[in-house]
Design a protein around this ligand. Structure first.
Ligand SMILES: [Zn+2]
Length: 101
């Protein structure tokens, strides 16, 4: 699969109002986190919850890391040991949760 090379970076860990996600190697924007006006996810109809958008932005930014970690875990011929693959997954999850990078 070909995609814009990671790692991707959420501007100010997803907390910036621009909600941009950058590819660090390519120095370009690959995505912008947005939120839906959905009362089930925003706490009120028509109100966009900034925390949800921040979480969406972080999740998008962690996508390449999660993809690589899952590939390392799923591929029996992976060049990574199970321990390294597990560490990759832990780091990707931490990044998605705003605790990494
Ligand atoms: Zn920004």
């Amino acid at each position: 699969m070909k995609y814009t090379k990671g790692p991707w970076h959420a501007c100010h860990n997803g907390e910036c109002s621009c909600h941009m996600v950058w590819s660090i190697p390519h120095d370009c924007v690959v995505a912008v986190g947005i939120g839906a006006k959905d009362e089930n996810y925003t706490g009120g109809e028509g109100i966009i919850n900034e925390a949800i958008i921040t979480a969406n932005t972080r999740l998008i930014a962690a996508a390449p890391d999660m993809y690589e970690a899952l590939k390392a875990m799923a591929d029996i011929h992976s060049p990574y040991s199970p321990k390294v693959a597990h560490d990759m997954a832990d780091k990707a999850l931490a990044k998605a949760e705003g605790k990494g990078e």
